[in-house]
Design a protein around this ligand. Structure first.
Ligand SMILES: [Zn+2]
Ligand SMILES: [Zn+2]
Length: 426
């Protein structure tokens, strides 16, 4: 009797429960597509474009999708692209989403294809960099489209590929991103019954995935307040209404919202990031400005913050004889992973990259406008490892953010297995 080694069986994916082998044609297609998709990533990385200005990236995406034979809509929410792949067999409609925009950050990485681009942004010249990894998202999703288009005849159902602009936020005075894509019909025809997406994570090695059940990414709100008192000589405080002392009390009192007004097991953050006032050491100024952010996962807690910030500012300023104005702005809602969809999706990820590499994790106190899609139909969003083992990456939105090419085939495989399992297999 001939003995076949365990190593050979594992390599061929013949063992039940092994990490590969469920879709051998997909695995082969990913290997074949990876060099071209990696080259596309380099091109996108080297030519980053700011939010709502992703014209070249969108043109590249649209051309690639057309070449694959997809139905393509362009100009959705300014520069967004929607590609529709209708499989040869009947099945459900689902959507996958990638974002295309870069940031006003000057790149400082050793990548041979690093960006040296500079543009005018809000009245100043700035560097532009894919410092959040959206180049990986866009190229990986083009890879997914390539692989699935190659098996179109056997595909049971329809995949809507969303390439969205302005995830980082549209420039002041402009609309953009996921909410505008939805307004302009990205989910209208055909309407998907579920949506999937991922974000690379600077804290995670290539080959690993983290996910959360339920709350995954927080809502992000901005507040801006001006406290107005009465100006006076620094040596005559009794003639003033001191906005610096008043604002200082407010900053401390605002922290009691977290500790006294919201349930202890409910995660939330309030940060005052700007406290601005005064010109000279011996002048009590007339006004002080406060700016901050609130991060929450539930609408009830978000409402509590907005109400309590106003009440606290009202109480403290009136006791000081000062006055205030407050602007409270809700930006992206929380991203909540649909529980049923998450439980259904995780085994597909485990099959794609190995169960031990797919880790249940806590929610992230960052926000994502994927939430608009996931508030429209059930959604599942996960974190994909991007750090080459043995190297380090700067944090998101910093010049040393360093996403490795090897994350691309891992992302392609994870998404391909998710999509195919959801649609019903090949
Ligand atoms: Zn970002
Ligand atoms: Zn991002």
């Amino acid at each position: 009797m001939r003995r076949v080694s365990l190593v050979v069986l594992l390599a061929l994916g013949f063992l039940p429960g092994s990490a590969s082998g469920q879709y051998p044609t997909v695995d082969r297609a990913i290997v074949a597509a990876t060099p071209a998709i990696t080259a596309i990533r380099h091109r996108i990385h080297q030519n980053p474009e700011l939010s709502n200005r992703e014209t070249e990236t969108a043109a590249l995406v649209a051309a690639h999708l057309r070449e694959l034979g997809l139905e393509v809509r362009t100009g959705v929410a300014h520069t967004g692209v929607v590609g529709i792949l209708r499989g040869g067999r009947p099945g459900p409609v689902i959507a996958v989403r990638a974002d295309m925009d870069a940031l006003p950050v000057t790149e400082d990485t050793p990548l041979p294809f690093k960006s040296t681009k500079r543009v005018q942004w809000q009245g100043a010249e700035v560097g532009v960099m894919h410092a959040c990894g959206h180049d990986i998202h866009t190229s990986t999703q083009l890879g997914l489209a390539t692989v699935l288009a190659g098996m179109k005849a056997d595909l049971p159902g329809t995949v809507v590929f969303i390439f969205q602009p302005a995830e980082e936020g549209a420039p002041p005075g402009e609309e953009g991103g996921a909410s505008l894509m939805l307004k302009e019909g990205a989910f209208a025809n055909p309407r998907p019954e579920a949506v999937f997406g991922f974000h690379v994570s600077a804290g995670l090695e290539v080959g690993k995935i983290r996910y959360a059940i339920g709350p995954a990414l927080s809502a992000a709100d901005i507040f801006r307040a001006t406290i107005t008192g009465r100006q006076a000589h620094g040596a005559a405080p009794h003639l003033s209404v001191d906005p610096i002392v008043t604002a200082s009390q407010a900053v401390l009192a605002l922290q009691t919202i977290r500790s006294r007004n919201t349930p202890p097991l409910e995660p939330s953050v309030l940060t005052v990031g700007v406290l601005r006032g005064g010109q000279r050491f011996n002048i009590i100024p007339a006004t002080v400005e406060l700016e901050g952010t609130v991060r929450t996962f539930s609408l009830a807690v978000q409402d509590t913050y907005e109400r309590r910030i106003r009440e606290i500012l009202d109480g403290i300023t009136s006791s000081a004889g000062a006055s205030f104005t407050l602007e409270y702005l809700r930006t992206y809602p929380a991203t909540i992973n649909d529980t049923t969809l998450t439980h259904r999706s995780v085994p597909s990820l485990a099959k794609a990259i190995g169960a031990s590499n797919v880790v249940l994790w806590e929610p992230w106190m960052a926000s994502e406008d994927f939430s608009y899609f996931a508030n429209t139909v059930p959604g599942f969003f996960f974190s994909l490892g991007m750090v080459k083992p043995g190297t380090t990456s700067g944090d998101h939105h910093t010049p040393t953010f360093l996403a490795d090419d090897s994350a691309i085939p891992v992302g392609m495989k994870a998404m391909a297995y998710l999509v195919l399992d959801y649609l019903g297999g090949l």
